[in-house]
Design a protein around this ligand. Structure first.
Ligand SMILES: Nc1ncnc2c1ncn2[C@@H]1O[C@H](COP(=O)(O)OP(=O)(O)OP(=O)(O)O)[C@@H](O)[C@H]1O
Length: 287
């Protein structure tokens, strides 16, 4: 399966939101990483066939999605940022409802709901009302509804927003498990959501794909430019002037500063291995 975005441009009124996006994807997790308001949701809505781009084409295995119609939409699973759920529905009824909208028969729906409830670890909670679900359970139910039609392309828009750290880790593992046969596009501004699981990281800044690569490729680009130094507080401003400060930790004897800088930031700085967070800060330090 190959999903290709060709010269996607999108304008809202006179404002250009997406500027000539080109991208080719095969099964695996694509982490769409960038600050708020850079066009991630807009791009995902275009791939989900909810929004028509101003210009450009989306091709699935060489066929234009607009020519494929329902055949294309049958391949899409979408978890929007805000998924509307009926609080008085049980999780099971909610999934039956979405299954009906997706055109599944009752038998297909009941078989699939059984499998998905297990997959997202909600088997024992299916008769509980959606309104009684925690944030993490809602997100897992959101994944289940997106997977009802067994889509080849799964689009997850900030799926970990509002989750606590342990839910976040569980959720990341779940995404990883379900990504071996499908294209998963996951947008986030939280680096750890895509660290470890993304086959490719797409850095999105102001409507453009700034960089694309594996985590290793992106971190390798900063090899020799990431430092840690133990410094007195008064040196922080000078370090900030010459590099991108990624982290500052207070200690009894001063600060431990992590910084991206082409040159040695201070005498005693030690070169360290770059992380995806360093890459993110390097590209987006000014928001
Ligand atoms: N329907 C709309 N009409 C006008 N402008 C819009 C519309 N939807 C989004 N925008 C604008 O497009 C830009 C990109 O928004 P988008 O939601 O795609 O970004 P994002 O990267 O997903 O951000 P976030 O993480 O905050 O959702 C923003 O400036 C936003 O205000």
């Amino acid at each position: 399966m190959e999903l290709k975005l060709c010269n996607i441009v999108h304008d809202f009124g006179k404002k250009r939101i997406l500027n000539t996006i080109n991208l080719s994807m095969s099964p695996g997790v694509y982490g769409l990483l960038g600050p708020n308001g850079t066009g991630k949701t807009t791009l995902m809505r275009i791939v989900a066939d909810i929004l028509y781009p101003t210009r450009g084409n989306v091709l699935l295995d060489g066929q234009n999605k607009d020519d494929m119609g329902d055949q294309y939409r049958a391949q899409i699973g979408y978890l929007p940022q805000e998924l509307g759920m009926y609080n008085h529905f049980s999780a099971r009824d909610f999934l039956y409802y979405v299954a009906a909208l997706k055109g599944l028969t009752k038998k297909e729906a009941s078989d699939r709901i059984e499998v998905l409830a297990q997959m997202v670890n909600l088997s024992g909670e299916m008769d509980k009302k959606c309104g009684k679900y925690s944030g993490g359970m809602k997100r897992r139910l959101g994944i289940a509804q997106a997977l009802l039609n067994n889509p080849g392309i799964l689009i997850l828009d900030e799926p970990t927003a509002g989750l606590d750290p342990s839910e976040r880790v569980r959720f990341r593992n779940l995404i990883s498990e379900i990504s071996n046969e499908r294209i998963v596009i996951l947008s986030t501004h939280i680096v750890s959501d895509v660290d470890h699981i993304a086959k490719q990281v797409l850095l999105m800044g102001r409507g453009e794909l700034l960089r694309q690569g594996t985590i290793k490729e992106l971190t390798n680009e900063l090899q020799g430019e990431v430092w840690e130094a133990h410094v007195p507080g008064r040196l922080l401003a000078q370090i900030e002037e010459n590099g991108t400060v990624v982290n500052v930790q207070q200690t009894d004897t001063g600060l431990v500063v992590r910084v991206v800088s082409k040159t040695l930031p201070v005498e005693n700085a030690l070169m360290v291995n770059p992380s995806l967070e360093d890459v993110y800060m390097h590209y987006f330090r000014r928001g």
